[in-house]
Structures are given as structure tokens and as C-alpha cells.
Design a protein around this ligand. Structure first.
Ligand SMILES: Cc1cc2nc3c(=O)[nH]c(=O)nc-3n(C[C@H](O)[C@H](O)[C@H](O)COP(=O)(O)OP(=O)(O)OC[C@H]3O[C@@H](n4cnc5c(N)ncnc54)[C@H](O)[C@@H]3O)c2cc1C
Length: 446
């Protein structure tokens, strides 16, 4: 690579806050709301035109169950519950409460609600604003550099939360990172109009996919509350790309759109001639890129068999859900010990019981949990990375990566940020149990 030098220039400070959150997905905005409700002045930087990340720009409209595996005890509350109740009042959400779906919501209405909640909580938003660099001083982050229609500017804050998915600030401050050998592949979601109920989608892909340049692949689809004759589609995967790489991300977006169009054309020809492409996601849905090292790394067996942390900040039940990179399989593993891998159109399944295979006799858990240390990196005193970049092995990540879980981590990050500022402590000095207690005071059930 060759280089060019940029002349040194003064950058205007465009905003000063207590807490600066990069990324306005639910993870990021929930962090922002929690910090703001405790009294912090909060700013959120988001490159899209709306808040919500994968849930809005990516069209992914399912939140998983807030209950234990018996659907009796509510183990998740806080802002996820608050948002669900508000969406329910708008007729923009339906509950299903089963192992696959807790509720489905209308992503457009979620985007509007996120705007309203940001406003109600006095959060300063910078939309269409791209984070590009960070300024550090010893063990502290001093400012981040952003680009938007006004040009280049700096945002200063006492505490920084990186909820950018890939962990762009974490990368730039040199936190130690890793990737799995096989990244869970991304998917471009889309809406079609027209009924596919009488169509055996797997068979159509098997018989005609090649004609439309589609892989031997499978995914899922669903409904959107109150939308008639329109379905949400997540049929495709884009293989062999790493979406934290700019060239691969470009390639994945283009290939994702091509596949959405190809699926629509195939359905139109072989299922129902009324089918049409209604809309595409504005961002490809990225499942997995980089992960950053923190004090606690979630691991598969510990996640599924241990839930008695004193400093718990997340409770969940969503199964391990791993989309394979190399053989068209999706593996699900459950707290009760069962597992199954589905290999799409071949309708081949592999089933078993991991508890029996590993000789585990401990009590079957009704939910799993994660301690505060998953948010604590060791390098910078005023920084938390949070979201799908979390520290976990690939199977534990398969369960934790869903939104009801990341929403809770976001809330914990916001509360921890406020507490650090309030007590003039570093994130490493913070007591996880007091973070848990403060979360519960604000509506969590930990
Ligand atoms: C196809 C698909 C289906 C899924 N299905 C489900 C499901 O049914 N239920 C479920 O709960 N989970 C599901 N998941 C997983 C879940 O959606 C994601 O793991 C989760 O949304 C990731 O959240 P995040 O906040 O870490 O990242 P993101 O949602 O990616 O949010 C990151 C935000 O940061 C912004 N950002 C990034 N970089 C910058 C920058 N440099 N400057 C400014 N802003 C920036 C982005 O625009 C974005 O808004 C699915 C994922 C995919 C891809």
C-alpha cells in the first residue's frame, strides 16, 4: 500500500456530552436512554437515516421471548418490554411466545418509536453521520471524529460506548480482537407482495434455483403485523464475505440485492405470477464479524449450564442458532439438551442430546445469564464495546447475538457509563453487582 499525507488541520468540536454512543441500533439507543434517564447528557452517532440498525434498516422484525423456557417467569423486562408495550398499543406488534418467535413488529413503526424515545429522553442525535476516527489521551478516549453534511467534526465526551456492530472504535483504539474460522453469513432481507402459501419453497429452490443463479441454500420468512399480502423474506445467505472489510461489504450488498431479485423472479415464475418485490433492506443484515476481548468470555457449555452470577446483566432463553458458512446447515441447540441441524432442501436433519453426549447431569436451566465482566475491556477507562462484537465462543455467540439479549447489554452499558461518571471511576473499577442493582431500579428483572 502507498500513502499520502493529510495536511494537519484543526477540527471543530461540534458537541460535548457526558456519554457518546456510536451506533443507533436498539443496543445503542437503549444504552443512551438508560444513561439519559439517570441524568447524563447523551449523544448518539448513526450513519443511517434512522435508528434501529438491523431491526429497521435490515428489516429483521422478530424479538424473542422475554419468558423462561416454561413461558411462566418473565426473565427479561427493561426497555425491551417498554418498547413492546408501546408498539402493542400502536397495533404494530403481535406476540407469539414460542421457541422461534417472541413477537413480530413493524420495523417502520419501530424506527418512529425510537425517534420518539430519543426525543422524550433528551438524547442528541446525529443521523447521516459517520464515525471515522478517535482521539485518545493515555488510558482515556477524549473525542471521536465524525463526518456528515457539515464536514468533519469532533464530539467530546466523558464516556464512550461503541455499539457499531463491528466495533469501529474498539478497532481504532487497538483492542485485541478475533474472528471465528467460519463467520455466520449475512443475509439481505426484503419484502414481497403476493402469496407463497401453496408453494414448497425448498423444492422450488432445489428444482429452479440454478436457473436464477441461487445457491443450494435456505432461510426463513415471516409476516409483518397489519401488512396484508406482504411477507418478510430472509431466504438467502451471502457466503465467503467478511462484512467488516469494505470491499466484501460492497460485494455482499450487491449480491444480496441480486439474490432478493432472483428469489422474487423465481417465485413469480414458479409459485404465483402476482408476486413482486416491494422493498429491500437499506443495509444488509450482518450476523458476525469481529469480536473483542473483555474480562469475561461466554462459552457454550457454561452459558447453557450455569446461571448464578451475582453481577448478572443479561438473562435469556433464545437457543443457540448458528447459520453454517460451508454446508447450508442451520444448527439449533437448546437448554434442555436437544440439538438439531437442518440442511435445507435435502430435508436432512441431524439430531441429538448434547447433555447426554457430554454426560451432564446438572439441573436443566430455564434461562441462561451473563455477568457484567463481558462489558469490561482492560485498556481504556472510559469505554465499553457492546453488541454483536461481544466476547464469546462461536456457539455462545449464536445464542447471545439476538436483540432481546443485546438490548439488555446496551442497557447495562448505559447504566455503567453513568455510574462511572457519577462516581469518577473507571469501568474496570465499577462493581458489577451495583450495576445490576441500578438496572433493576430502572425496570430490569435481573
Ligand atoms: C438476517 C438476520 C436475521 C436475524 N434474525 C434475528 C431475529 O429474528 N431476532 C433477533 O433478535 N436477532 C436476529 N438477528 C441478529 C440481530 O439482528 C443482530 O445480531 C443485532 O441486531 C446486532 O445488533 P448490533 O446493535 O450489535 O448491531 P447493528 O444492528 O448492526 O447496529 C449497529 C449500528 O451502528 C451503526 N454504525 C456502524 N458503524 C458506524 C459508523 N462507523 N458510524 C456511524 N454509525 C455506525 C449502524 O448503522 C447500525 O445502526 C438476525 C440477524 C440477521 C443478519
Amino acid at each position: 500500500m502507498t500513502f499520502i499525507s493529510q495536511p494537519k488541520k484543526e477540527i471543530p468540536i461540534i458537541y460535548e456530552a457526558d456519554v457518546c454512543v456510536l451506533g443507533g441500533s436498539c443496543t445503542g439507543l437503549f444504552a443512551a436512554i438508560r444513561a439519559a434517564r439517570l441524568g447524563a447528557k447523551v449523544v448518539v452517532i448513526e450513519k443511517n437515516n434512522c435508528l434501529g440498525g438491523t431491526a429497521t434498516a435490515g428489516l429483521v422484525n422478530i424479538w424473542h421471548s422475554l419468558f423462561d423456557t416454561d413461558y411462566k417467569e418473565q426473565v427479561i423486562a427493561g426497555l425491551t418490554d417498554e418498547f413492546e408495550q408501546r408498539l402493542l398499543r400502536e397495533n404494530a406488534l403481535v406476540f407469539e411466545n414460542n421457541v422461534s418467535v417472541g413477537c413480530r413488529f413493524n420495523p417502520a413503526r419501530l424506527a418512529c418509536l425510537l425517534d420518539e424515545m430519543a426525543n422524550e429522553n433528551n438524547i442528541k442525535l446525529f443521523l447521516h453521520t459517520y464515525y471515522s476516527d478517535v482521539i485518545t489521551e493515555k488510558d482515556k478516549i477524549n473525542a471521536v471524529i465524525v463526518n456528515n453534511k457539515n464536514g468533519v467534526g469532533a464530539i467530546q465526551a466523558k464516556f464512550f460506548i461503541d455499539a457499531s456492530g463491528d466495533g469501529d472504535i474498539a478497532r481504532d483504539i487497538g483492542l485485541e480482537s478475533y474472528k471465528y474460522d467460519y463467520l455466520q453469513p449475512p443475509t439481505s432481507c426484503f419484502y414481497i407482495q403476493g402469496n407463497t402459501d401453496d408453494c414448497n419453497i425448498s423444492q422450488v429452490i432445489a428444482d429452479h434455483g440454478k436457473e436464477f443463479g441461487l445457491d443450494d441454500d435456505w432461510g426463513w420468512y415471516g409476516t409483518v403485523p397489519n401488512l396484508k399480502n406482504i411477507s418478510f423474506r430472509a431466504d438467502n445467505h451471502i457466503f465467503d464475505v467478511d462484512c467488516s472489510n469494505a470491499d466484501d461489504l460492497t460485494k455482499a450488498e450487491i449480491e444480496g440485492r441480486r439474490k432478493a431479485k432472483a428469489f422474487t423472479d423465481m417465485f413469480k415464475k414458479y409459485c404465483n405470477s402476482d408476486i413482486e418485490l416491494v422493498s429491500l433492506c437499506s443495509n444488509i443484515g450482518i450476523r458476525d464479524t469481529l469480536h473483542y476481548k473483555t474480562r469475561f468470555k461466554a462459552s457454550e457449555i457454561e452459558l447453557l449450564t450455569k446461571n448464578n452470577y451475582d453481577d448478572v446483566i443479561l438473562k435469556g432463553t433464545y437457543r443457540i442458532d448458528m447459520h453454517h458458512q460451508n454446508d447450508n446447515g442451520i444448527t439449533f441447540k437448546y437448554l434442555d439438551g436437544t440439538y438439531v441441524t437442518l440442511f435445507g432442501k435435502d430435508e436432512r436433519t441431524e439430531k441429538g442430546n448434547w447433555r447426554d453426549e457430554l454426560g451432564i447431569n446438572s439441573e436443566v436451566l430455564k434461562y441462561y445469564s451473563v455477568p457484567f465482566d463481558i462489558l469490561v475491556q482492560e485498556k481504556f477507562s472510559n469505554f465499553i464495546p457492546v453488541g454483536r462484537m461481544l466476547n464469546a465462543d462461536s456457539a455462545a455467540f449464536g445464542a447471545l447475538r439476538v436483540m432481546v439479549n443485546l438490548n439488555q447489554l446496551g442497557e447495562a452499558a448505559g447504566v455503567a457509563a453513568y455510574m462511572c461518571i457519577d462516581a469518577n471511576k473507571s469501568v474496570q473499577e465499577l462493581n458489577g453487582i451495583s450495576v445490576k442493582n441500578k438496572l433493576n431500579k430502572g425496570g430490569s428483572t435481573l
